[in-house]
Design a protein. Structure first.
Length: 265
């Protein structure tokens, strides 16, 4: 009689189960959910008030409200900041023994990383939807691209954040220390955020910052999201998507390699 051998569940099933596990773990921490939603709303409020007066300067596009200029950029920035949580969450799973238990199961290492990535993408999508609603209700966000253009900008922000989360997951898989992970993440994010077209037009920056902003990949993502939301001639979207795909592929490759190292290393 032939012996039946169980080889484990399929790859999609593993990803689905592990993604659900990550989402349930997030929901069991209401304070974390609350503050992850509150942070981007505070950022939107502060930046809209601090930089709102630049609409009267010569460098600002005439006839445009600052909230319409700002919100698409905040979508991209929030997605980028949320991607850091993917790496921090992976480090925490390594330190509390969850990943050690996963290694004893008949699952592929990449499913653990992909599930972490997807669960954080769901959380980020929820954040961005609430931010758009907040911008509409509180600040009068009324982009020329309408809801369709705004949703397209949201989708682009999610793709950019999804790609960057692979970078932070890869860093986490190699450094395996929460403090170091946060330090590296913030050192990478703040220059990307402020040396870009996110908060002021590039021609309103000092000369040396203009040079940096013009080669900053976040500038291209922000400009693409802004063109979608504001119904401007769409430029840079294809480049942002291709760049995100390349970043995700490279990040995923190094993430899997780092994850396969013994946890004691």
């Amino acid at each position: 009689m032939a012996t039946l051998t169980w080889h484990g569940s399929s790859y999609p099933t593993q990803v689905l189960v592990l993604t659900g596990r990550s989402l349930r773990a997030l929901l069991r921490t209401p304070a974390l959910v609350f503050f992850s939603i509150l942070q981007p709303l505070i950022m939107l409020t502060l930046f809209s008030q601090i930089f709102g007066t630049i609409t009267s300067t010569a460098n600002f596009p005439p006839g445009m409200s600052y909230i319409n200029f700002l919100l698409p950029a905040i979508l991209v920035n929030t997605a980028m900041q949320s991607s850091l949580a993917s790496g921090i969450g992976l480090v925490q799973d390594m330190s509390n023994g969850v990943l050690a238990r996963f290694r004893s199961l008949p699952i592929r290492p990449s499913t653990v990383l992909l599930a972490r990535n997807l669960s954080d993408a769901v959380r980020t999508a929820f954040q961005l939807v609430l931010m758009i609603a907040f911008g509409i209700l509180v600040f009068g966000f009324r982009p020329d691209g309408g809801m369709l253009g705004t949703l397209a900008a949201l989708g682009l922000a999610l793709v950019v954040g999804w790609a960057l989360s692979w970078v932070f997951i890869a860093i986490a898989a190699w450094v395996r220390k929460a403090e170091l992970m946060q330090t590296v993440g913030f050192l990478a994010m703040f220059p990307l955020m402020f040396a870009s077209s996110a908060f002021v037009p590039i021609n309103g920056l000092p000369g040396w910052l203009q040079a940096i902003a013009k080669v900053n990949p976040l500038t291209y993502a922000v400009d693409a999201a802004r063109s979608l939301a504001l119904a401007h001639p769409v430029t840079g979207v294809a480049g942002a998507l291709v760049t995100s795909g390349v970043i995700a592929a490279i990040g995923a490759f190094f993430a899997v390699r780092g994850f396969r190292r013994p946890l004691s290393v």
